[in-house]
Write a protein that binds this ligand. Structure first.
Ligand SMILES: [Zn+2]
Ligand SMILES: [Zn+2]
Length: 291
């Protein structure tokens, strides 16, 4: 696991090579540090899956749980929510006013906060829409604040669930074997093996080296990528069959400790380029639109 020092160091190295991301990193690196610190305070019982159910999931290549089954340490999440609102007030000008408002709501009616957490966990888009109208805050910002606060609990649940994956077959079409969400990033480890990272629970799993992550198309004429010479550690894989893209980080080309979320928020120029060319990505969840 990455230390706070390593996280800061990686963030500083990125700022040096890509100064345009300095303001974004000033905010996000502190959010990530707050999340890592919160992770250490979390107390949660493990999610238990009984043997019969596990067999059914194995046979049918289903993910271990639905995302609504993740457990949340609501005390730790509430505190983290508060911290992230404070960071946004100080470091994210575009989120600042809404962060102040959310903090007030949290202090006055803590059940609202639990509603927000549960809406995100249960993926209830109509209730999210209602909250967004009620508070006059865009849905993607609510998702950003709410998800960022519950994320450490989700990561811990996912880590505990990994023990159940031993006899699981490879998941189909890039679905996370733990929660069934899509990956938001791929990476090649030091030996060149390809891994995917879940956009929701952060679980990382090894996958086939070739072919589209999302539709499994393996036709050379349909699979492309782009990169630029100044950023040898990144590549963007594009699929002309399902029109999705995924960013891939090559750890063999990297001179800093790999913290996927840090790379995620400092490669928005690659997302833009992929989108301009007509590709989309399933695995985008917590982009707050603050940049
Ligand atoms: Zn997952
Ligand atoms: Zn595809």
């Amino acid at each position: 696991m990455i230390t706070i020092e390593q996280l800061k160091h990686s963030s500083d190295l990125i700022k040096k090579t890509r100064p345009a991301y300095q303001p974004i990193l000033d905010f996000y690196s502190q959010v990530f540090i707050a999340q890592e610190q919160s992770r250490q305070d979390i107390v949660l019982p493990p999610v238990v899956i009984d043997q019969d159910l596990l067999k059914i999931k194995q046979t049918n290549k289903m993910p271990l749980i639905d995302q609504s089954e993740f457990l949340i340490d609501s005390k730790a999440a509430g505190q983290l929510f508060d911290n992230i609102c404070d960071l946004a007030v100080d470091f994210a000008p575009k989120l600042s006013a809404n962060a102040k408002f959310l903090k007030k709501i949290d202090l006055a009616h803590s059940y609202h906060l639990n509603t927000l957490f549960s809406v995100i966990l249960n993926n209830q888009s109509s209730t999210l829409h209602d909250l967004s109208r009620l508070w006059n805050i865009p849905e993607h910002e609510l998702i950003f604040f709410g998800y960022s606060a519950i994320a450490p609990s989700i990561w811990i649940c996912a880590e505990q669930l990994e023990a159940y994956l031993i006899d699981m077959p490879d998941p189909p079409k890039g679905y996370c074997p733990i929660c069934g969400n899509y990956p938001d990033m791929a990476f090649l480890d030091k030996t060149g093996k390809r891994h995917l990272k879940c956009c929701f629970c952060d679980h990382e799993w090894e996958t086939k080296r070739m072919g589209c992550t999302f539709c499994e198309n393996n036709d050379n004429n349909m699979q492309h990528y782009f990169f630029n010479d100044q950023e040898k550690e990144y590549r963007v894989n594009l699929c002309d069959h399902c029109h999705n893209y995924i960013k891939l980080v090559d750890l063999r080309q990297m001179d800093r400790t790999f913290y996927p979320k840090l790379e995620q928020v400092t490669t928005l120029h690659l997302d833009m380029k992929a989108r301009e060319n007509g590709y989309t990505s399933y695995g985008v969840l917590s982009n707050d639109g603050s940049n």
